[in-house]
Design a protein around this ligand. Structure first.
Ligand SMILES: [Fe+2]
Ligand SMILES: [Fe+2]
Length: 164
């Protein structure tokens, strides 16, 4: 995702504290969608959230938005691992449970504030039907995550790369 130098510098400052942590770096070992790691996915969602907020002049608080987006999938496991019941159940379970897990981890490791915690917890809405994104930051994160996930899922599908 291309960013102008000024935006990139600002983005880097907003994530620096988190990016340097070994647990965040460990997300490079987990696969998210297709061939994308959870780390790369998180960077994309954080950059897109930043850009949506800036370019569309949404006036969300970037000190909440960007860290929340960067840590939104900080659940720290590979969700493709051995299913406990069946692939279908496990995948569904991960979808429902990982936002809270990610928010709890972020709270424990970085002592994030309540706004950041809520934005992370609600990023899978409407799957997590009762966890509606309420703040501007939560809504931007929820939308950015879906846009990036869709792109990553399509990129891995060869059907979409066929010409003619
Ligand atoms: Fe997620
Ligand atoms: Fe995500």
């Amino acid at each position: 995702m291309n960013m102008r130098r000024r935006d990139l510098n600002k983005y880097n400052k907003l994530v620096k504290e988190y990016d340097e942590h070994p647990l965040v770096q460990s997300m490079k070992t987990y696969v998210q969608h297709g061939t994308t790691t959870t780390y790369d996915h998180s960077v994309r969602v954080a950059k897109l959230s930043y850009l949506l907020n800036t370019k569309l002049r949404l006036h969300a608080d970037e000190q909440i938005l960007v860290p929340a987006a960067f840590l939104h999938d900080f659940f720290l496991y590979d969700w493709h691992d051995e299913p406990k019941v069946s692939v279908r159940n496990f995948t569904a379970m991960h979808g429902f449970t990982h936002p809270k897990k990610a928010a709890d981890n972020a709270k424990e490791v970085f002592d994030i504030n309540d706004e950041t915690y809520d934005a992370i917890s609600s990023h899978m809405w409407p799957l997590t039907i009762t966890k509606v994104p309420k703040s501007k930051e939560a809504k931007i994160l929820c939308a950015a995550d879906k846009m990036v996930a869709l792109k990553e899922t399509f990129e891995k599908n060869r059907f979409f790369h066929k010409k003619g």
